[in-house]
Design a binder for this molecule. Structure first.
Ligand code: ADP
Ligand code: AIR
Ligand code: ASP
Length: 318
């Protein structure tokens, strides 16, 4: 590793490593807002954002999302795959806040009927302007197909993070992603942290992100710390396993009920299947991890794979 960074940005430094295809990313305590107009420092932010981003990248990788994250190296640094960053900031929103609330005159916290994905041109000199498909095509940043994929990827990531956070009593209000090219693939890069997301306490709407710095709300470092603590807590999930006989298997229990129904005069019933519903509450790391565990248990214990099919649903326990 060389001492001089290859690049120093507002929140991170990027270093070359011994390997041509890997970078070391160092998270700084420096904070800026409003395109660098407001400057400051947030105590321990570098360490916290490194830890928080690492945790999110791991959760996403478990759920099948390709990311640049390789491993956390020390308190402030992570090793990543080197990518060519696509100069697009992909913002996904679940609740109105920040620039969206301002642009459309919506109250902060207004629920959106479905998530909104926006694209901003990543260009500090221009102040990262909001752009649409036509601008993106004219700028030649990605192909229309790639743009569609980026939007779907952002929505998939939203689902994964939202569930994961809700299970830890945090609302994911909105977040910004950056993607990069490596070979002929596009993967998720940069960071996912309170610098790049809005997180609110699910009960009180208390802000646990950089808005505390932007709006001078105080307790900034404490909020980042609180968010990190919540990520570390194992969360509670409710799992439902519905077990049904395979269509080809006879269902004597069902047949008996059908006969009784008919003998009582309910001639309108013509078919029946009897199954079982198993509901369990358990702690886990993420919805994906819990689902995987339940599938394994269903195969081994809860269902008879020769005769029965099963369906698993997992949701955060509220
Ligand atoms: P900014 O450049 O906006 O001030 P940072 O201070 O966060 O942002 O600097 C980190 C820079 O590294 C960003 O420009 C980001 O796009 C870039 N970057 C993030 N991940 C990678 C990666 N895997 N490969 C190459 N560049 C990356
Ligand atoms: N964001 C956008 N540019 C830089 C960052 N960090 C993030 C914000 C917020 C979301 O994108 O942190 O989570 C939307 O920001 P805004 O300002 O457009 O409302
Ligand atoms: N990251 C941008 C900046 O540093 C925008 C923001 O977070 O408000 O100015």
């Amino acid at each position: 590793m060389t001492e001089t960074p290859l690049y120093e940005g507002k929140a991170k430094k990027v270093f070359r490593t011994d390997r041509a295809d890997e970078y070391l990313v160092f998270f700084k305590d420096d904070a800026t807002a409003f395109n660098g107009v407001k400057k400051g420092r947030i105590e321990s932010k570098g360490e916290l954002n490194n830890a928080i981003s690492s945790a999110f990248f791991e959760i996403l990788a478990q759920a099948g999302i390709k990311t640049h994250f390789l491993r956390r190296v020390d308190a402030n640094s992570m090793l990543v795959k080197k990518v060519d960053i696509i100069p697009l900031e992909v913002v996904t929103r679940n609740l109105a806040a920040g620039s969206l609330a301002q642009r459309l005159g919506w109250a902060e916290g207004k629920a959106l009927p479905s998530p909104i994905v926006e694209f901003y041109y990543k260009d500090d000199a221009l102040g990262d302007p909001l752009i649409n498909n036509s601008h993106i095509a004219a700028l030649g940043l990605v192909t229309p197909r790639e743009l569609e994929w980026l939007e779907l990827q952002a929505l998939a990531i939203n689902q994964i993070l939202r569930q994961f956070l809700l299970a830890r009593d945090v609302k994911l209000v909105d977040f910004k992603l950056e993607f990069g090219r490596v070979g002929n693939e596009i993967i998720l890069a940069d960071e996912i942290s309170p610098d790049t997301c809005r997180f609110w306490d699910a009960q009180t709407n208390q802000k646990l992100d950089k808005d505390r710095f932007r709006q001078d709300l105080g307790q900034v470092s404490e909020a980042y710390q609180e968010l990190y603590q919540r990520l570390l807590n194992p969360a509670a999930y409710k799992a439902r396993v519905e077990v049904r006989l395979k269509p080809s298997v006879l269902d004597p229990q069902g047949e008996a009920i059908l006969r009784s129904l008919k003998s009582l005069g309910h001639v309108e019933f013509s078919s029946i299947r009897v199954g079982k519903l198993i509901e369990l509450t358990l702690t886990g790391d993420s919805e994906a991890q819990v689902k995987e565990k339940m599938a394994k248990l269903a195969d081994e214990l809860l269902a008879n794979p020769n005769m029965e099919n099963y369906a698993i649903t997992v949701e955060p326990k509220q």
